[in-house]
Design a protein around this ligand. Structure first.
Ligand SMILES: [Zn+2]
Length: 142
C-alpha cells in the first residue's frame, strides 16, 4: 500500500494520479510508510520539516509545525543527538590527555552521525520508530 505524497491518502500501487487530490504521483523518491501511532495527515504535511529538524537542532519544526506530534517526536531525537554531540565533544576536550576518551569520543560522534542519518530517513519515510537508546531518554518537547 502506498500513500499520496501530497495529501496522504491511501492509493493503489500502480496509479499515476492521486484519486483524492488529483495530483501526479511522482516516480518513487521516498516511499512513505506512515507510522500508525501518528496521524497520516500530520506525517504527510510535516515530514519535510521533521527531517529538517535533524539539520537545525529541531529549530525549523519548532517554528513551522509546533503542533505536529510526528515532527516533535523527531525533534526530540534531534535534540538528544545534539546534546550527545556536545557532551562527547566537551568530554573529549577536558579529558584529551587520557587518550582513550578522545578515541572513544570519535567512535561516539560517528555513531551519533549515523543515528542522525537514520533519523532523517525515518522522518522522510513517515516512520516514528525510535533510534537506538533514545526511547529510554526523557521527552524534551511534547
Ligand atoms: Zn493526494
Amino acid at each position: 500500500m502506498k500513500y499520496c505524497p501530497h495529501c496522504g491518502a491511501e492509493i493503489a500501487d500502480d496509479v499515476r494520479f492521486c484519486p483524492t487530490c488529483g495530483k501526479e504521483i511522482d516516480p518513487p523518491v521516498v516511499v512513505i510508510e506512515p507510522d500508525p501511532q501518528f496521524d497520516a495527515q500530520d506525517i504527510a504535511d510535516n515530514r519535510m520539516l521533521a527531517m529538517l529538524g535533524y539539520l537545525t537542532c529541531g529549530i525549523l519544526p519548532m517554528i513551522g509545525c509546533r503542533n505536529s506530534a510526528f515532527a516533535m517526536h523527531h525533534v526530540n531525537q534531534a535534540l538528544w543527538i545534539f546534546i550527545g554531540s556536545i557532551v562527547v565533544s566537551v568530554a573529549m576536550g577536558v579529558l584529551a590527555f587520557t587518550v582513550i576518551v578522545p578515541v572513544l569520543g570519535v567512535a561516539c560522534l560517528i555513531a551519533l552521525f549515523v543515528f542522525e542519518i537514520m533519523g532523517i530517513v525515518r522522518a522522510l519515510k513517515g516512520s516514528g520508530k525510535y533510534l537506538p537508546f533514545v526511547k529510554k531518554l526523557p521527552v524534551i518537547i511534547k
